[in-house]
Design a protein. Sequence first.
Length: 300
Amino acid sequence: MKAHKSGFVNIIGRPNAGKSTLLNALLGERLSVETPKAQTTRHRIKGILNGEHYQIIFSDTPGIVENPSYEMHEMMNQFVKSAFEDADVLMLILDGSRPKDSLPDEWLDAVKNAKFPKILLINKKDLTSMEELLVIADRWQKQIGFDEIIPISAIEKSETQAKLLPIINSLIPEAPPYYPKDQWTDKSTRFFISEIIRGHIMKQFKEEVPYSCEVVVDEFKVPEDTNDLYRIRSTIFVNRKSQKSILIGKRGAAIKKLGTAARYDIEKFLDNRVYLELHIKVLEKWRDNKQSLRRFGYEG
Ligand SMILES: Nc1nc2c(ncn2[C@@H]2O[C@H](COP(=O)(O)OP(=O)(O)OP(=O)(O)O)[C@@H](O)[C@H]2O)c(=O)[nH]1
Ligand SMILES: [Mg+2]
């Protein structure tokens, strides 16, 4: 009988390197929010790939914050640190179109000293030349030493899967599954709904606004009659009153646009029609308030 393999494969890297895009490519699902903005992901999100003879638990993590400005950033880095604690395989992903990018020394040392197999993924190969890829690979190999170095384009889903899954499978140990085989994530439906809304805030609003928002789902009601709408009530917390006005927009145009876009994606996610109610509240300095952060799920 074929032995069963299971393992935790944790993805880390700088903001905007393509970690969430990679997680989604490997799972074939849009689980984690991807946007062109840095610091999109704020939590550690597990996505589980189940096969008959394997279970791979991938973790997306926030981009490493080099100079934390808020307690929230410290907690985001804490999520990245936790990815070193349970990894069977670590995947460090770089943006290949930014060949000079590096990591702060403490993170370089952590990767260098890690005792488990390490894969370097040079992402966005569509945006860079073969010569550049070789230079990047050489520099990182000398600096750290990886078990594998693989250039990828995480936006190419099937190619990424075909390249990475056999290698990952060869590196994870023989072990029974850690999660039930029908489980595909460690996060709740409410979490994903709040992330869909936050993802649209990231896309729709500029500058500091998206970084000042946190989204909580206060109510998620599944109807008794399957023909009825799901009812979702959500609060968007902002730092300042002026941000509340920006979110609402002229005669409510901005919040209406946000609600429509988010509802469309939530309906796809839940495969059901949805009634979405959005509220906005000002919660000053929430990014530095431990109690608020705990309430928003920023705990290791
Ligand atoms: N051209 C190109 N763009 C890519 C590729 N992979 C990711 N991107 C883009 O890079 C941007 C960042 O991708 P994300 O997956 O959100 O990056 P991330 O590392 O999760 O970012 P944070 O959560 O902010 O740390 C998005 O606009 C992606 O579409 C790739 O292979 N090629
Ligand atoms: Mg991300």
